[in-house]
Write a protein that binds this ligand. Structure first.
Ligand code: ASP
Ligand code: MG
Length: 407
């Protein structure tokens, strides 16, 4: 007998009928003789609707109250699922984040989990009950309610699995697993049997929405066996583990992509020792997330600097740079919007040189211009025009043997 943490996302609990379906999946796990902890998201698009509602009230809603509002979404689901299970004769109890002992840092809107006190959950488990926990929420040591960032229910599930030393964490969702790329855009995308934690972390950070990046981080740090699988179809999904074996003749495991990127170029920065640090410290202080950075010294006195940001951050970035013009001493700012980042990810790259070269050749052969590049041991990202994004994904997916018809 083991302990399983099951997590069901918004679509999987999107209606009364779906919640009843989830109750059946819980029952099956229970009947296999396991203890079960269930983490759920808010029903369907509830969180989005709550966000819109708040925006109708105030343009910049207070962050504390925003968390107060958004956490109600998950609270609806936990109570309904508990009712469903109890009605089916399976004893269950629902817990909000704080009742489940989930503590976070003191930040609203995007808090990290700092510790989990498992006593309350364990007590109910020992009585044979299914424990249902609200995803995406926690509490600070001062008793303030916080949220973990959009998509954060995955993190609740994995963190609970780690704290409870669960045997496995199953992430049930509306797709059947992790794909070589997003099947909604590329029809040849194929479901992967296995992915390593590191690859999944890259994929999640690079825009593959299937798992919250922090959830993968937790899973890796605490070695929690994860599986992403369908809440509707009873088939196995994608296992995420430390060392996933590469399928035959694959170097790349997946292609990720993300639009709405802007490149900002700061021209004529003085070539001082502290110039770079000042500019990025200023941006960081204003919570602007910078992704790819390219620096080139034009001569002994001046440096040009390009960096990519999310397009939604452009306005604020320009304001911050403008406000700090005197300190930063640059000459001019330029920017290019409507860009996208396309990335290939695979642990096979470590031992196979030339993968980046191959990527650029494929893109060049298809007349896709690369504007920025960044690499890590197991990924290569290229920034391209947004109009070329899907085409770039398709040709790379094909070139690196990921398509269904190549198997
Ligand atoms: N309900 C939250 C969201 O929509 C958290 C989650 O679903 O994981 O972002
Ligand atoms: Mg999600």
């Amino acid at each position: 007998m083991g302990l399983i943490v099951q997590k069901f996302g918004g679509t999987s609990v999107g209606s009364a009928e779906r919640i009843l379906n989830v109750a059946e999946r819980v029952r099956e796990e229970k009947e296999r003789g396991n203890d079960v902890v269930v983490v759920v998201s808010a029903m369907g698009k509830t969180t989005d609707q709550l966000v819109s509602l708040a925006k109708e009230i105030a343009t910049q809603p207070n962050k504390r109250e925003m968390d107060m509002l958004l956490t109600t979404g998950e609270q609806i689901t936990i109570s309904l699922l508990s009712m469903a299970l109890n009605h089916k004769g399976i004893e269950a109890v629902s817990f909000t984040g704080w009742q489940a002992g989930i503590f976070t840092e003191d930040i609203h809107g995007n808090a990290r989990i700092t510790k989990i006190e498992t006593d309350a959950v364990n007590k109910q488990l020992s009585k044979g009950k299914v424990v249902i926990v609200a995803g995406f929420q926690g509490i600070t040591v001062d008793g303030e309610i916080t949220t973990l960032g959009r998509g954060g229910s995955d993190t609740t599930a994995v963190a609970l699995a780690a704290a409870l030393k669960a045997d496995k964490c199953d992430i049930y969702t509306d797709v059947t697993g992790v794909y070589t790329t997003d099947p909604r855009y590329v029809k040849d995308a194929r479901k992967l049997l296995a992915v390593s934690y590191d690859e999944m972390l890259e994929l999640a950070n690079l825009g593959a929405g299937v798992l919250h990046p922090r959830a993968v981080e937790f899973a890796k740090n605490y070695n929690v066996p994860l599986e992403v699988r369908s809440s509707m179809e009873k088939i196995s999904g994608t296992v995420i583990e430390e060392e996933a074996t590469m399928e035959e003749n694959l170097i790349v495991r997946g292609v990720a992509f993300e639009g709405e990127i802007t490149r900002v170029t700061v021209l004529g920065l003085p070539n001082s020792l502290s110039g770079l640090s000042t500019i990025f410290t200023t941006l960081a202080k204003n919570h602007i997330n910078v992704d790819i950075i390219i620096q080139s010294s034009t001569d002994a006195h001046a440096t040009n600097l390009s960096f990519s940001i999310k397009s939604e951050d452009l306005e604020q970035t320009l304001t911050v740079l403008e406000e700090n013009r005197e300190v930063l001493e640059y000459e001019q700012i330029e920017w290019e919007m409507k860009l996208a980042k396309v990335s290939i990810v695979g642990s096979g790259m470590v031992s196979n040189p030339g993968v980046a070269a191959e990527m650029f050749k494929v893109l060049a052969d298809h007349e896709i211009h690369v504007k920025m590049v960044s690499t890590s041991e197991i990924k290569v990202s290229a920034v391209v025009a947004e109009t070329n994004m899907i085409r770039a994904v398709e040709v790379l997916h094909e070139a690196f043997n990921l398509s269904e018809n190549k198997r």
